[in-house]
Write a protein that binds this ligand. Structure first.
Ligand SMILES: [Fe+2]
Length: 153
């Protein structure tokens, strides 16, 4: 039974990675203006990473006796860069949550898969943090830092 839960959780993650491949590709097509020079490459490289993640998930699901999903998660699109980044942040957060669920489903019997997922969870968390910075949801507390520097000086 634990294995069924794990396969379901891995398939949820796979669905999100397949969605991310398409969403990032679409964002790379849609981004225009001066930011295109940087973000076309950014979206394509993110999409390539999602594809690698999808491949390892599909291989793992079959190794566990399951059938990999062919249905991507919901894809969001926009013509505004900041909105695209918010959409990508949302998808990365969902992927992180899916990986956490899969990690929990490993229990004590699927330790190698659990260790594999720990590396992935770490990578997904970095993506979430970067997108939080790109959307300015996450910022350094500069005001506090200035006060500290003043006190030192
Ligand atoms: Fe990923």
């Amino acid at each position: 039974m634990a294995e069924t839960n794990l396969i379901d959780a891995l398939n949820r993650a796979l669905s999100l990675e397949l969605g991310a491949v398409i969403q990032y590709m679409q964002h790379s097509f849609l981004v225009t203006g001066i930011e295109r020079e940087v973000y076309r490459k950014y979206f394509r490289s993110q999409g390539e990473e999602s594809q690698e993640h999808a491949i390892t998930l599909g291989d793992k699901i079959v190794a566990l006796g399951g059938v990999p999903t062919v249905e991507p998660a919901m894809i969001r699109q926009s013509t505004e860069l900041i909105e695209m980044l918010r959409q990508d942040l949302e998808m990365e957060r969902e992927a992180l949550a899916a990986y956490m669920t899969a990690w929990e489903a490993c229990g004590d019997t699927e330790l190698p898969t659990r260790f594999q997922l720990e590396e992935r969870i770490y990578q997904e968390k970095l993506h979430v943090e970067e997108l939080e910075k790109l959307t300015s949801e996450r910022k350094a507390n500069v005001t506090k830092e200035r006060i500290t520097l003043k006190q030192i000086g």
